[in-house]
Design a protein around this ligand. Structure first.
Ligand code: BV8
Length: 236
């Protein structure tokens, strides 16, 4: 990567897999025993809020049992050097990038540790359960839902992401099956806009053929190696 280039990194569930956070599709289509459409859509929440809340309450509680892995730490190290020239766009709703020290992280699909009030719109940092209908700290209404972008809902910050892709000289996708849009389309946009593209994933994804380069292996090995390679090149 030439000096002064901007890097956009897209991460998916695969970067957190070695931390013990289950991925979506490695469990043959069932996700923690649920079909995605039964727990990750506004319709599911409208029809069976308790099932959806229990699904997210369990995942939010599980965050206390997992730690960032070397892949998260490597990206935080990269940010220490690149600063504003690095943006991590994550599809993940865990907080492992932040707990590894990354500051420039954009959660396009929301956060497990945030509650979104459907009465006043306030978003509140939230570590506990929501199924019992706690009052919104801002308006007092028992109208808190998981602050998650479900299927059929619009991801956060699409203009911010498109702007970052337009400025990127390098786009790196880590640990995603590239099955869900619009995230799965970012590599095509990045290529069209002139960036080099690299995929780091355990195995082939739906978009592997679109990347300039694809490396297969566990993120905890591939990501630190790639970061060291990039930093060595920028020092040369
Ligand atoms: C939208 C939050 C409009 C939930 C998530 C028909 C065709 C095409 C598209 C559509 C269609 N019908 C509907 C759509 C749109 C739909 C979509 O794409 N559906 C898919 C299923 C076809 N998308 C939407 O609805 C989105 N909204 O389109 O709005 C719009 C858009 C733009 C502008 C205006 C309007 C909203 C989608 C968001 C849904 N929410 N997450 C929650 O977490 O509870 S999606 C969820 O699944 C993730 O966030 C992620 O985005 C997605 C895919 O998951 P991955 O992260 O890739 O994980 P996965 O398990 O699939 O893969 C893991 C990978 O890691 C594997 O490749 C594996 O090999 C690898 N791996 C495993 N271990 C390791 C590893 N790699 C490295 N190391 C390891 N150790």
């Amino acid at each position: 990567m030439e000096a002064g280039g901007k890097v956009v990194v897209l991460t998916g569930a695969g970067i957190s897999a070695e931390s013990g956070v289950p991925t979506f599709r490695d469990a043959d289509g069932l996700w923690e025993g649920h079909r995605v459409e039964d727990v990750a859509t506004p319709e599911a929440y409208a029809h069976q809020p308790h099932v959806v809340h229990r699904f997210y309450d369990a995942r939010r509680a599980a965050l206390t049992t997992v730690e960032p892995n070397p892949a998260h730490h490597a990206l935080a190290r990269l940010e220490e050097v690149l600063g504003d020239d690095l943006l991590v766009v994550t599809q993940n709703v865990d907080d492992l990038h932040e707990r590894a020290g990354s500051l420039r992280v954009h959660h396009m699909h929301g956060h497990l540790r945030s509650a979104w009030c459907q009465s006043c719109g306030a978003r509140t940092v939230w570590h506990d359960d929501l199924a019992h209908g706690p009052a919104c700290p801002s308006c007092g209404e028992p109208a808190l839902r998981p602050d998650i972008v479900w299927f059929g809902e619009i991801p956060h910050g699409m203009d911010l992401i498109e702007e970052a892709l337009a400025e990127a000289t390098l786009f790196v996708s880590i640990g995603t099956s590239s099955m869900v849009y619009p995230a799965a389309g970012f590599v095509r946009a990045a290529r069209l806009l002139g960036a080099r593209t690299l995929e780091l994933n355990l195995d082939r994804s739906a978009a592997s053929s679109v990347f300039d380069e694809t490396r297969h292996g566990p993120a905890s090995l591939l990501v630190p190696a790639w970061v060291e390679e990039l930093l060595a090149a920028s020092r040369a």
